[in-house]
Design a protein around this ligand. Structure first.
Ligand code: ATP
Ligand code: MG
Length: 280
């Protein structure tokens, strides 16, 4: 199967002269959970806008499932890649929540019964069913974020891209969203999340991509997040579980655990090993 996303030597400069992407390349396999990390201004949001043709490459290439994104394919790209913007105020514009979520499916030319089903399911997934008839500008920021996510879910795109989806969500909302994303991934979708949350990246992502100054600094599995040189270079912090094990040199586990489960396993193994050593 073709890769979900291939970016080759992509550059993008804003009209005011800011070079946001500078020859960036990366590859994302289909049906992968990906975390895109990097400091403020690294180019994450600018990059994501290229995935569905909202930004077209000024230099280089973007391919989605092997097909180049350009003026001829941008409409196709928009229905294949659903993008939840960083700021929900950039995304929501209909007079009511329900109409806003229905907008995408309506544009896809779906029949009214199917649109209704999509709206009900998407609002339920983000816990916003009770707000269906409300004007979006009366909602809290976190509620708007949920509606923006519902709008993309309702289109059932093959690739779901979310820019800082957890920001402003309450703890329960974050857990619920993670479950939604996990279910989408099980259903065969590719999920790409730009985030500053290293714990989320550590627990959830199969692939981690770190951007810096408009380029790919590193790409690989979650173990990248336990690499001290890389964490320093990228201006990131270690995941919480990794921080804990950095304070426990007596437990000699490498790479350092980054998930709660891996941490628990390392402690159990170490305890078992020490008890065994004491006996012999
Ligand atoms: N519309 C714009 N006009 C000019 N410069 C812009 C515009 N949007 C973004 N930039 C600049 O492009 C660079 C990349 O910005 P971008 O928003 O892609 O970064 P980011 O990695 O998403 O940051 P954050 O973590 O803060 O969301 C920054 O230097 C930013 O100031
Ligand atoms: Mg951003």
């Amino acid at each position: 199967m073709a890769n979900a996303v291939e970016i080759e030597n992509l550059s993008f400069t804003y009209p005011d002269g800011t070079a946001a992407l500078k020859g960036l390349s990366l590859t994302i396999k289909a049906n992968t959970r990906v975390a895109l990390l990097g400091p403020n201004g690294a180019g994450k949001s600018t990059l994501l806008l290229h995935f569905n043709g909202l930004n077209l490459p000024q230099q280089g290439q973007v391919r989605i499932f092997g097909r180049e994104v350009n003026r001829q394919t941008e409409k196709w790209a928009r229905s294949t890649v659903g993008l939840v913007f960083q700021d929900p105020d950039d995304q929501i514009f209909a007079p009511t929540v329900g109409e806003d979520v229905a907008f995408g499916p309506h544009n896809q030319g779906l029949p009214p019964l199917e649109i209704e089903h999509r709206v009900v399911t998407a609002l339920e997934a983000v816990g916003m069913t009770a707000y269906r008839d409300k004007p979006p500008h009366h909602l809290s920021y976190g509620q708007k974020k949920r509606v923006a996510i519902a709008g993309v879910l309702a289109m059932q795109p093959q690739i779901v891209v979310l820019d800082e989806p957890m920001a402003y969500l309450d703890p329960r909302g974050r857990e619920d969203l993670l479950q939604v994303l996990t279910a989408l991934h099980r259903g065969g979708k590719t999920i790409i999340v730009a985030t500053h949350d290293v714990d989320l990246a550590a627990e959830w992502a199969e692939q981690v991509i770190i951007l810096q100054a408009g380029q790919t600094l590193a790409a690989g599995d979650g173990a990248l997040l336990t690499d001290p040189a890389l964490i320093t270079a990228a201006g990131l912090t270690f995941p919480t579980v990794t921080k804990l094990f950095r304070h426990l040199p007596e437990i000699p586990v490498r790479p350092l655990p980054r998930t709660i489960l891996a941490g628990v396993r390392a402690i159990r193994d170490w305890k078992c090993h020490s008890e065994h050593s004491e006996e012999s």
